[in-house]
Design a protein around this ligand. Structure first.
Ligand code: ATP
Length: 268
């Protein structure tokens, strides 16, 4: 990443009203599926500008659901979610306008197989933001170059490795210059030797000042890259703090047990 990227992040901050408040705020969010399956209970969380928040916790603890609620892919039952101080869960908020400000990358890359990498990346800027083809392609090529995919613009996704596809998916999310990036288990589907190249992109984005929330089972990475770690247990944020606090000195017995299992499995 270059100094130019840092300038962009700072410019984006100015454009959205400054560095004062959190980029994302969850206030007492409750989410249920069906009648009685409570998946998030009273979840409150602040994500400060230019920081990385890692959501950790056992499978089924609610990490993906939290990210999906933040992007309005799921409707919450109670509480409120704010983006740059504006309540996005207000029924009057426009979900499309909100999603234009939040980039999302999932475990499965979800690239359109019938489109080239370049077409995949320029689709949203052209269709949603109304950017010209020339401008969208210039931005896409610049990002592809930066993420080590400069020679892949004309390829179809099935000609790329998993790591390359995931990096292309990250470029696609960045192409609309999002205020916030949500990353949901983005290395979970990758062969171990490809995980590193995707994590190194996240590291670069952090250095660039991008605000990110990531759900991950990569504990070593969470410890290294996160400013804030949230341990979810059965839909509750059981523990929240710096990586040093949560990994080094967990307050809850449940967190200690979870981390012990991770250490025993050789994943931390
Ligand atoms: N659409 C849905 N309908 C019903 N239950 C759901 C739905 N989506 C998720 N759940 C349930 O909500 C709970 C939380 O799921 P979620 O995917 O958020 O967990 P997670 O912490 O991200 O898990 P993983 O680490 O395995 O990705 C799980 O019990 C899951 O079965």
């Amino acid at each position: 990443m270059t100094a130019d990227d840092t300038r962009t992040a700072a410019d984006d901050t100015r454009a959205t009203g400054g560095d004062d408040g959190p980029v994302l705020r969850l206030e007492s969010v409750r989410k249920t599926f069906g009648r009685d399956r409570v998946v998030l209970r009273d979840v409150s969380l602040d994500v400060a500008p230019h920081t990385v928040t890692a959501l950790i916790g056992a499978s089924g603890s609610g990490k993906s659901t939290l990210l999906r609620c933040a992007n309005l892919l799921e409707e919450i039952d109670d509480g409120a979610i704010f983006l740059d101080g504006e309540e996005i869960t207000d029924p009057r908020a426009d979900p499309d306008a909100v999603r234009r400000r939040i980039g999302v990358v999932f475990q499965s890359y979800n690239l359109f197989p019938h489109m080239t990498v370049l077409q995949n990346i320029t689709l949203a800027p052209r269709r949603v933001l109304g950017v010209s083809r020339e401008e969208a392609e210039a931005r896409a090529r610049e990002l592809l170059g930066r993420l080590g995919l400069g020679d892949k613009a004309g390829e179809y996704p099935d000609r790329l490795s998993g790591g390359q596809q995931q990096r292309a998916a990250i470029v696609r999310a960045l192409a609309v210059r999002p205020r916030l990036l949500l990353l949901d288990e983005i290395t979970a589907a990758l062969d171990p030797e490809l995980v590193g190249e995707v994590l190194s992109v996240v590291r670069d984005l952090k250095a660039d000042g991008m605000t990110m929330v990531l759900a991950t089972h990569e504990m070593g990475f969470a410890r290294e890259v996160a400013d804030q770690v949230c341990f979810l247990d059965n839909g509750v944020v059981l523990e929240r703090g710096t990586p040093q606090e949560v990994f080094g000195n967990p307050r809850q017995e449940r967190t200690r047990r979870f981390l012990r299992r991770i250490v025993e499995a050789g994943r931390l």
